[in-house]
Design a protein around this ligand. Structure first.
Ligand code: COA
Length: 204
C-alpha cells in the first residue's frame, strides 16, 4: 500500500487529549476513518464502511459519561480510543455481565483503540489506557473485549503478536465467563459472519 502522508517525526511529541459531550461530534469522521483503516488488519479483518461507522459512533457524542481520546501529530488525528458506561452499550455487550450476575451499572466499558501503524510502539497505547481509566471514577470495574481468531487463520501475519502481555501489564486479566458475539463481514468474504469476543477486566 502506498501513502502520500508525511512519515512521523519521532522527535516531536504526540498530543493525546480527552473529549466529552458535545466536543465529540466533530471527531467522529476521523474516528470512523481510523476504525475502518485499522480494523481491516488481523485479527479484526473488518470490511467496514465509514458512513455506517459515523452513525454507529454517535453513541459517544450522545452518552453522558462517554469519552473519546484523540492522538494528534500536529493537527492530524493519527489515533483514537473510546469509553463509555456499560449501561449505555448494546444489549449484546451487556448480556454476559448480566448473566454472570454483575451489576452493569458498576462497569465502565472501553471500546476501540486504533492507531495508525507508523505511530505504534511509542507509548500512545499506554496513554489511551490511562486516559480512559481516568474517566472511570466511581465504577468498580473496567472491561473491554477482543475478537477470537484461530492461531492458524490464513490471514494471520507471520510476525503477528497478540496484545495479551500489553493488557496484562495494564492490570487486566481475561474473564473466561464473559463472552459476547458480534457480526460483521470479514475482508474478502461475501457475507457477514458472527464472531466471539472475550472480555478482559480490571477491578478498580
Ligand atoms: C493497540 C494499539 C493502540 C497499541 O498502541 P501502541 O501505541 O503501539 O502501544 P504502546 O507503544 O503504548 O505499547 C504498549 C505495549 O504494547 C507492546 N507492543 C507495541 N507494539 C506491539 C505489537 N505490534 N504487538 C504486540 N505488542 C506490542 C509494547 O511493547 C508495550 O508493552 P508493555 O506495556 O508491556 O511494555 C496499537 O497497536 C493498535 O492500534 N493496534 C491495532 C488495533 C488494535 O488491535 N486495537 C486493540 C483492540 S481495539
Amino acid at each position: 500500500m502506498t501513502s502520500s502522508r508525511a512519515p512521523p517525526r519521532w522527535w516531536l511529541p504526540i498530543r493525546v487529549d480527552t473529549y466529552t459531550g458535545a466536543a465529540i461530534a466533530p471527531l467522529l469522521p476521523d474516528l470512523a476513518r481510523l476504525r475502518v483503516e485499522v480494523f481491516r488488519e488481523f485479527p479484526y479483518l473488518y470490511d467496514g464502511d465509514t458512513a455506517y461507522e459515523e452513525k454507529y459512533l454517535r453513541i459517544y457524542a450522545e452518552t453522558q459519561g462517554a469519552a473519546v481520546i484523540i492522538a494528534r501529530d500536529e493537527k492530524r488525528i493519527i489515533g483514537a480510543s473510546t469509553c463509555l458506561p456499560l449501561a449505555a452499550e448494546m444489549n449484546s455487550v451487556q448480556k454476559p455481565f448480566r448473566e454472570a450476575g454483575i451489576d452493569i451499572a458498576t462497569v465502565f466499558y472501553f471500546g476501540e483503540s486504533v492507531l495508525e501503524a507508523p505511530y505504534r510502539g511509542r507509548g500512545i497505547g499506554v496513554s489511551f489506557f490511562e486516559a480512559r481509566e481516568a474517566q472511570a471514577e466511581g465504577y468498580e470495574m473496567t472491561a473491554f473485549c477482543a475478537v477470537q481468531r484461530p492461531d492458524d487463520h490464513p490471514l494471520r501475519p507471520k510476525n503477528y503478536m497478540n496484545l495479551h502481555d500489553f493488557w496484562r501489564h495494564r492490570g487486566y486479566h481475561p474473564s473466561p465467563e464473559l463472552v459476547c458475539s458480534m457480526t460483521w463481514r470479514d475482508v474478502g468474504e461475501a457475507a457477514e459472519t458472527t464472531k466471539q469476543l472475550k472480555f478482559w477486566t480490571k477491578d478498580l
